[in-house]
Design a protein around this ligand. Structure first.
Ligand code: PGA
Length: 261
């Protein structure tokens, strides 16, 4: 079992959502593995999250590559009578290094609450997986100015106690930016990440967990976002299933990371 294998300064994670066939997943995984050059070694880690049925073949396709395999979700119990669900034990068993938890599409579609997200993160960590905890405000919460309070509340309630940088990352994903082509300004992203760092510093001893940005990350904005001192990576949806766009984002991360270290 791989144990909390996230070590690099910057993470570039691709969330493939409910896209692609098995063949397309395998071919994309091999292309991504081919894009992770030696110059990125140690400073950037790339991860991909295929749909559940394709985790095992993609794990085989990634064999010998530094690309991390991740899941898009997990159940909060390690096993049991939960029809249609997938446990972290199963994810670890097929080679997953990390799992997303609390993506806004699950919070909305499956009515996941912060307590569920927290329980999932805790179970993932206990099985050696790195948990990427997603939080984000709605357009209405951004517009009425309550978004920092909303994010604080989500973070406090979703982050398990006694975590550390190697166990969890936070993905700040404004819901209004996901799949819309709209992103907050660099100043707005910095302001939120700085706020989240302050909240985290009261919750975590030692080095703070990474804070990734997600929501319409594309080749044309990746370098600016990844170069922000308070951004520790990106969670990419749409652009992660386009091999050349994802390759450009990986290159931007390498450039940004080499400037940061
Ligand atoms: P997007 O999705 O890059 O397509 O906006 C991001 C996400 O949902 O994680």
């Amino acid at each position: 079992m791989k144990t909390h294998p996230v070590t690099a300064a910057l993470l570039v994670l691709g969330n493939w959502k409910m896209h692609l066939t098995q063949q397309a997943s395998l071919s994309l995984a091999k292309q991504v593995a081919g894009e992770v050059g030696s110059e990125a070694a140690g400073v950037v880690q790339v991860g991909i999250c295929p749909a559940f049925p394709y985790l095992l073949p993609v794990a085989d396709a990634l064999m010998g590559s530094p690309v991390l395999l991740g899941a898009q979700d997990c159940h909060f119990k390690p096993e049991g009578a939960f029809t249609g669900c997938v446990s972290v034990n199963m994810l670890a068993d097929v080679g997953c290094a990390f799992t997303l938890v609390g993506h806004s599409e699950r919070r909305a579609g499956q009515a996941e609450r912060d307590a569920d997200v927290r329980a999932k993160a805790l179970t993932a960590i206990s099985q050696g997986l790195h948990a990427v905890i997603c939080i984000g405000e709605t357009a209405a919460e951004r517009d009425d100015g309550s978004f920092k309070d909303v994010l604080t509340r989500q973070l406090l309630a979703s982050l398990p106690e006694n975590t550390s940088r190697d166990m969890v990352s936070i993905a700040y994903e404004p819901i209004w930016a996901i799949g819309t082509g709209r992103t907050p300004s660099a100043e707005d992203i910095s302001s939120v990440h700085t706020h989240l760092q302050a909240v985290l510093s009261d919750m975590v001893d030692g080095p703070l967990p990474r804070i990734l940005y997600g929501g319409s990350v594309k080749p044309n904005n990746a370098l600016e976002i990844l170069s922000l001192p308070v951004v520790d990576g990106v969670l990419v949806g749409g652009a992660s299933i386009d091999p050349s766009q994802f390759a450009n984002i990986i290159q931007a991360a390498t450039q940004a990371a080499l400037k940061k270290v």
